[in-house]
Design a protein around this ligand. Structure first.
Ligand code: UDX
Length: 443
C-alpha cells in the first residue's frame, strides 16, 4: 500500500521538532504530512480511545490515505503520540494548535479549547518556541494565545488550514497556497519553510490578516454555493436546467466549475460555523455583513425547499409517511455528520411525523441511539432502506448510490418516487422504470 505514497521531500530549513495538539480532522492530516516531510512529530490527544486506535496503527477518523500516512510516519520513527500536551511540547520548536473551535451560543467561535491548550503548554514551551494556530480562530486570537501562554519569549503564527475532509491528505500535499501571518515575519517564514516541499505559493502577512483570510475563504465558498442553489431554485421557476447553467457558467475561467454543484444546502464542521462567526466578528466591529447573512438565510431556505419536495412527493401527507433516505454525512467521502444538511432535513421530516429509514455507508446501524440520529431508523444497505417506502430522498452523493439495481429498488418501494437532492442520478433510466424523479433545478 505504501508504494502509492509519493516520495517524501526534504523541506528547506531542515527537519524540525514539532508538536501537534489535537488528533482531529485538522491535527491528524497535518501530523501525517509533516512527518511525511521528515520532521519529528508528536501528537498530543486527551481522548484515550483515539490514542489507543492511533497506537494500534489505525486512524480514528475516516479520511482517505490518512491511515497509510500515519503508519508510514510511525514506522519511520517520525511520528509518536502522547496523552499530555505539556509532555509533547517540552522539546518542540513548533507547536501546532489543532483543537476544535465550535460555534458558541451567540454564533461566535468558542475559544475555550484554545485557551485551555495555551495555558497548559505555556510553562512547558522551550525558549523561543513558535506556536502555530491551525484552528480557525477569530481575528485577534494570535495575541490571545500569546497572553494565555504567559510567555513573552515565544512567537505565535497564524497558519490557517484549507483542507477539505475526505481529501485532506491530497489537499495538504498539493495546497493551492500556504498562508502564514505573524507580527514576527521571521517566525512566519520559519513556519512557511515547513511546507516548502509542497511548492505552493506562500502568502506572508500579519496575524489579523491571516485569520481573516481563512474566514473570507470559507465565506466565499458558502456564498458561491448559496448562489448556485438559488440559481437552481430560479431554474425550476422558469423551466431552465441548472446542469447546463453550471456548464455555461463554469467554462468562464473567472467563475470556474468548483463549488458550483447544487445540493440540499451546505454544511459540515466549517462552513456553517465560520460564516456565523464572520457575521459576528463583523457585528462586534460595527460592520454589518449583509451579503453573508443573505447567503446563510438562503442556505436555510434550501434545506426547506428539499423538505417541500418530499412533502409534495407524498401529496402533503407526511405524518406517518414512510420516507427512505440515502446518505446522512454532510458530504460523500467522510464519516462526519456535524452540521450535515442530510441530518437537518431528516430531523425536519421526523418533526413532521415522517417515518424515516436511512442508509449511509459510513453510518452503520451500530450508530443507532446517537443524539443526532434520534427518530431515524438505520438500515444496513440501500435496498433495506427503501423497503415499502413511499419516497426515497438522496441527500449525500456517495458513488455507490449511482450504481444501484434500480429495478430492485422499484420492486421494493411502495411508490416509485425519488427526490435527488444532489442531482446525482441519471433520470432517464429511472423514468423508464416508472419512477417519478425530482432533482434540484432540473427540468
Ligand atoms: C471546507 C473548506 O472547503 C475547506 O477549505 C476548509 O478548510 C474546511 O471547510 P469541508 O468542511 O471539508 O471543507 O467541506 P466542503 O468540501 O467545503 O463542503 C462543504 C459543504 O458544501 C458540504 O455540505 C458539501 O456537500 C457542499 N457542497 C460542496 C455542495 O453542495 N456543492 C459543491 O459543489 C461543493
Amino acid at each position: 500500500m505504501s508504494q502509492s505514497l509519493p516520495k517524501p521531500k526534504t523541506p528547506s530549513g531542515g527537519f524540525r521538532r514539532i508538536a501537534i495538539i489535537g488528533a482531529g480532522y485538522v491535527g491528524l492530516p497535518t501530523a501525517a504530512l509533516l512527518s511525511h516531510f521528515g520532521h519529528s512529530v508528536i501528537v498530543a490527544e486527551r481522548d484515550q480511545r483515539k490514542l489507543d486506535i492511533l497506537r494500534d496503527g489505525r486512524s480514528p477518523i475516516f479520511e482517505k490515505d490518512l491511515e497509510e500516512y500515519l503508519r508510514a510516519g510511525v514506522s519511520a520513527k517520525k511520528l509518536t503520540f502522547s496523552d499530555s500536551a505539556a509532555e509533547a511540547v517540552k522539546d518542540a520548536e513548533f507547536v501546532f494548535l489543532c483543537v476544535p473551535t465550535p460555534q458558541g451560543d451567540d454564533g461566535s467561535a468558542d475559544l475555550s479549547y484554545i485557551v485551555a491548550a495555551a495555558q497548559e503548554i505555556g510553562p512547558h514551551l522551550i525558549q523561543d518556541a513558535i506556536v502555530v494556530n491551525k484552528s480557525t480562530v477569530p481575528v485577534g486570537t494570535a495575541h490571545l494565545v500569546e497572553r494565555e501562554t504567559g510567555r513573552d519569549d515565544i512567537r505565535v503564527v497564524s497558519n490557517p488550514e484549507f483542507l477539505r475532509e475526505g481529501t485532506a491528505l491530497a489537499d495538504s500535499l498539493a495546497p493551492d497556497r500556504i498562508v502564514v501571518g505573524a507580527d514576527d515575519q521571521e517566525a512566519a517564514a520559519a513556519v512557511a519553510a515547513l511546507f516548502s516541499p509542497t511548492h505552493a505559493p506562500v502568502v506572508v502577512t500579519d496575524a489579523t490578516t491571516a485569520e481573516t483570510i481563512k474566514y473570507a475563504s470559507n465565506a466565499f465558498l458558502a456564498t458561491k454555493l448559496s448562489f448556485i442553489n438559488a440559481i437552481a431554485g430560479l431554474a425550476e421557476a422558469v423551466g431552465a436546467d441548472v446542469k447546463d447553467i453550471v456548464l455555461g457558467l463554469g467554462y468562464d475561467k473567472r467563475i470556474g466549475f468548483e463549488f458550483l454543484k447544487p445540493g440540499p444546502g451546505w454544511g459540515g464542521s466549517c462552513l456553517p460555523k465560520d460564516t456565523s462567526a464572520l457575521v459576528k466578528i463583523g457585528e462586534d466591529h460595527g460592520y454589518d455583513f449583509a451579503l453573508l447573512r443573505g447567503a446563510i438565510a438562503s442556505n436555510e431556505a434550501q434545506l426547506e425547499r428539499i423538505v417541500d419536495k418530499v412533502l409534495a412527493a407524498v401529496d402533503g401527507k407526511i405524518a406517518g409517511a414512510a420516507v427512505a433516505v440515502w446518505g446522512l454525512t454532510f458530504k460523500a467521502g467522510t464519516d462526519d455528520r456535524r452540521a450535515s444538511p442530510a441530518l437537518d432535513i431528516c430531523q425536519r421530516l421526523v418533526a413532521k411525523g415522517a417515518k424515516v429509514t436511512a442508509f449511509d455507508p459510513e453510518v452503520p446501524p451500530a450508530n443507532a441511539g446517537a443524539d443526532d440520529l434520534r427518530g431515524i431508523t438505520l438500515a444496513t444497505d440501500s435496498y433495506e432502506a427503501v423497503r415499502d417506502a413511499q419516497v426515497v430522498v438522496l441527500l449525500t452523493e456517495w458513488a455507490e448510490f449511482r450504481w444501484l439495481d434500480f429495478s430492485k429498488v422499484a420492486d421494493l418501494m411502495q411508490s416509485r418516487v425519488i427526490v435527488d437532492a444532489r442531482n446525482h442520478l441519471d433520470p432517464a433510466p429511472l423514468k423508464r422504470l416508472g419512477f417519478s424523479y425530482q432533482g434540484v433545478g432540473r427540468t
